[in-house]
Design a protein around this ligand. Structure first.
Ligand code: PGA
Length: 248
């Protein structure tokens, strides 16, 4: 039987509400794809709009971050409670851009993961080594540390995204599928050691040309797409290619 896989995207800090609505309409106009669970992480400003449009079609919607508290004097932050109130069922936590630019640490990731679980949101926790850590042979140690911190918040219900920092963004190239396969296997072992069976997605410069290999060769449970999915038709095509790769 074909594996059921997940294909999702974060729009990061992109799209006005009108652009978000157009993206949703384009996705909804495209044929349904069997065997794939789709999810979208819009910016907070479009969260309710996207959830209203996509959730009836079975597409999950998540926040790109949540705070660890439910409410209080935390200027600029959004809580898991508020994200859920906008229709989110998932929360992305610990993306490397947030670790790098917004001071996210293993400790805040753990607290945010706990907050997401408390409100019934599926945390998608991003873990990944930098180029320097990879070159120092420390990739698996970094992944183990980051994943254990997140899984300590609740071994059940957490999903992981393996996102090597050096593979993300403009100018980067996706990881070699064999390299990703080894890291994903290590992450599964880390999860198993704490009694978790977390799905592990791959993210980092995924596009139409590379996506199938992460399903077929790297053994990922799905892919998490950035810039290639800012166009809904490309997101749909990536999902279609991943579904085909999972079906063989
Ligand atoms: P990218 O982003 O696909 O644009 O490299 C991936 C990510 O940050 O998850």
């Amino acid at each position: 039987m074909a594996r059921r896989i997940r294909v999702g995207t974060s729009w990061k800090m992109n799209k006005t509400r009108a652009e978000a609505a157009a993206w949703c309409d384009a996705l909804l106009a495209a044929p349904r794809i069997d065997g794939v669970d789709l999810f979208v992480m819009p910016p907070f400003t479009a969260l309710a709009l996207v959830a209203d449009r996509l959730r009836p079609a079975g597409v999950a919607v998540g926040a790109q971050d949540v705070h660890w508290e439910d409410a209080g004097a935390w200027t600029g932050a959004i809580s898991a409670l508020q994200a859920k109130d906008c229709g989110a069922t998932m929360a992305e936590i610990g993306h490397s851009e947030r670790r790098r630019w917004f001071g996210e640490t293993d400790e805040t990731v753990a607290a945010k993961t706990a907050a997401a679980l408390r409100h019934g949101l599926t945390p998608l926790v991003c873990v990944g080594e930098t180029a320097a850590e990879r070159d120092a042979g420390a990739a698996d140690a970094v992944l183990d540390r980051q994943a254990r911190a997140a899984l300590a918040a609740g071994p059940a219900g957490v999903a992981l995204a393996y996102e090597p920092v050096w593979a993300i963004g403009v100018g980067a190239a996706s990881a070699d599928p064999a390299y990703a396969r080894a890291r994903i296997a290590e992450l599964r072992e880390t999860a198993a050691r704490v009694g978790a069976a977390a799905p592990v997605l791959y993210g980092g410069s995924v596009d139409e040309a590379t996506c199938a290999a992460f399903i077929a060769d790297a053994g990922a449970d799905g892919v998490f797409v950035g810039r290639a999915a800012l166009d809904a038709r490309r997101f749909h095509e990536i999902a279609r290619l991943c579904a085909a790769a999972a079906a063989v």
